[in-house]
Write a protein that binds this ligand. Structure first.
Ligand code: OOG
Ligand code: NI
Length: 466
């Protein structure tokens, strides 16, 4: 059967991302405000930095910036995770990376569902940080069993979403009408429910065990808990937020502000306290509240190689030995200074980062290179030295566990900080998921290698044609 009439999974993802954004904007108006600040700052940054605008245009990434966002959900069971994987696959989103957050006092482990490959990322890089609750880390066995029983009973997908996912798997895609229905049906899973699945007493018990457990177990589905637009100047957005009535978290997570941005920097505003009705065993409704949904912004820099990442992790640890950011912001300036000091050894020019093998780059022919030839034996260094190729940073598309923990903590409240024994269990996660997660380093290395191969092919083809 022909597959020509199917909508590409990239287009389904783009439609879904837009639908999610519209829904969240209606549900959490502060997210809309944040989007406005980000749009304004991005436009100003580009106007003030024509070179940046030019590089973004040249690498085909200008358009994606304003469309770009990530979100996060928390799931309760292995079955939910496995089905979520199939649903995301219809949109061309695949599990990349494994994040163990138990170490940071959050009883979940996670992956990011995201597009893979250069073309798909350029079309729409929407990604969802997806966590699976780890009831095995909860000491109270009775509560654990009750939570499991509650989770077993819920169905987080509509019948339509399941039917269309199966159909897409069966036929290898969805036609236009089905794709539209798919987006609408899947959106339901991420919607906020102001009526809880449990009574107030149970909610409190779950909440006392850990706020995150209450957030997952008490509700009908995994409400999207934040959506995060990408900004080109996170410090500026952070500075502007209070003027728009939004209180940002104390410090920006991740690396310090630098000329050459590395990895990922993030900041968020505190979760809202929202009214929720709880239904007890005799079907009486009781009023209560729940805090879960917040807003976040991110700025993305270069993806680091394992060597670069090891240096990043080391320097972050060094900074945290000097000072840890206090939740109330009282030491924010001292923290920023200590962080900047700690990162002094990390080179801050693209040339140095490349020469030292710390980051991944996309290579392309320079104007000179477009009309030149080179032998197939020339090394990348030689091609660079002879100005035949230039290189742009490959953007980091993933997440950072220490930062993610900081984001979790800031919206859970500090009293939620708890000690768990670090117990990464990637095997268990992958078994629940039904597939291994992709290794993010392999993926970046592959994009880099392909760009080099393409330059070589064109330089040597030109030579052959001579
Ligand atoms: C996810 C927190 C992680 C990020 O940007 O690092 C995250 C959550 O709170 O569920 O989204
Ligand atoms: Ni986030």
């Amino acid at each position: 059967m022909s597959t020509r009439s199917y909508v590409s999974c990239c287009n389904i993802r783009a439609a879904f991302s837009a639908a999610m954004s519209a829904m969240y904007r209606a549900e959490v108006p502060a997210y809309g405000t944040l989007m406005e600040i980000v749009a304004k700052v991005n436009a100003e940054t580009l106007a003030a930095d024509p070179a940046l605008k030019h590089r973004l245009e040249e690498t085909d990434s200008l358009e994606r910036v304003s469309e770009e966002r990530h979100g996060a959900i928390r799931l309760g069971t292995a079955a939910e995770l496995a089905l979520m994987r199939r649903v995301f696959a219809v949109m061309g989103m695949f599990p990349v990376g494994y994040y163990d957050l138990s170490e940071a006092g959050v009883p979940v482990h996670s992956t990011a569902f995201r597009p893979v490959g250069d073309a798909a990322l350029k079309r729409n890089p929407f990604r969802i940080f997806t966590s699976l609750l780890r009831l095995d880390l909860i000491a109270d066995e009775e509560l654990r069993a009750e939570a499991e029983a509650i989770l077993q009973k819920r169905q987080i997908f509509t019948a339509g979403a399941i039917e269309l996912t199966e159909k897409a798997e069966r036929q290898g895609g969805l036609d236009d009408d089905d794709a539209k229905r798919f987006v609408a049906e899947v959106l339901e899973t991420f919607r906020w429910h102001d009526q809880a699945n449990v009574g107030l007493a149970m909610y409190k018990r779950l909440h006392d065990a850990h706020r995150l457990i209450a957030d997952v177990v008490s509700f009908k589905g995994p409400h999207i808990n934040h959506l995060t637009p990408r900004t080109l100047d996170i410090d500026e957005v952070q500075r502007l937020m209070p003027g728009y009535g939004i209180a940002p978290k104390a410090v920006v997570e991740g690396p310090p502000s630098r000329r050459c941005a590395i990895l990922l920097r993030q900041t968020s505003f505190k979760a809202l306290e929202e009214a929720v009705s709880f239904r007890d065993a005799s079907s009486n409704w009781q009023e209560g509240t729940h805090t879960a949904r917040f807003g976040e912004i991110e700025s993305r820099g270069i993806a680091l190689t394992p060597k670069g990442r090891a240096l990043y992790d080391k320097l972050l640890t060094v900074s945290r030995k000097v000072i840890r950011p206090a939740a109330d912001g009282s030491n924010a300036t001292a923290y920023e200074e200590a962080l900047a000091d700690a990162f002094a050894p990390f080179p801050d020019s693209w040339a140095d980062i490349r020469e030292q093998g710390l980051g991944y780059f996309r290579f392309s022919l320079t104007e000179k290179g477009k009309s030149a030839t080179a032998s197939a034996e020339s090394s990348v260094d030689q091609l660079v030295e002879n100005s035949l190729v230039c290189f742009d940073p490959i953007i980091y598309e993933d997440f950072l566990p220490v930062s993610a923990a900081g984001i979790f903590q800031s919206n859970l409240g500090d009293e939620a900080a708890q000690e768990f024994t670090a117990s990464p269990n990637q095997q268990r996660f992958e078994r629940d998921l039904g597939t291994p997660v992709l290794n993010e380093f392999d993926h970046y290395a592959d994009i880099e290698a392909k760009s080099i191969a393409e330059c070589r092919a064109r330089l040597t083809a030109a030579q052959a044609a001579e």
